[in-house]
Write a protein that binds this ligand. Structure first.
Ligand code: FES
Length: 122
């Protein structure tokens, strides 16, 4: 029988702590959804940082996390949508804007994005 590990998520924005057993190798975000606790996400492909967490205890297997730099990973940030259970893990959700800014902010222009419409039509 496949092993299962306790995965704990401190969902800071909701002021909740959730724990579920996740089967070894399964995606954590998906497993939480199936068990009735959908967590924040957007792309589900490891590209957008909507599901960013910081590891409090344990380690995270996220070789598919395209949208996270080596520096952010080294600081303990992870993307839950592409993280698989490899052992007991405790994480806390992050402010998406904070991680997004650190991951992408320096690559994209700052300031207002214009739609191409005249201002009075926006
Ligand atoms: S949902 Fe987009 S990176 Fe996880």
């Amino acid at each position: 029988m496949a092993r299962q590990f306790p995965i704990t998520v401190h969902w800071r924005q909701e002021n909740r702590t959730i724990q579920h057993l996740v089967t070894e190798g399964d995606y954590i975000l998906r497993s939480f959804e199936i068990q009735g606790d959908p967590l924040p996400f957007s792309c589900r492909n490891g590209c957008c940082t909507a599901c960013a967490v910081r590891v409090v205890n344990g380690s995270i297997d996220q070789r598919e996390a395209l949208g996270l730099s080596r520096e952010l990973r080294a600081e303990g940030y992870g993307l839950l949508c592409v993280a698989r259970a490899t052992g007991p893990l405790e994480v806390e959700t992050q402010d998406e804007d904070e991680v997004y800014e650190r991951q992408f902010g320096r690559h994209f222009g700052r300031g207002r994005v214009r739609s191409g419409l005249p201002l009075d039509e926006e």
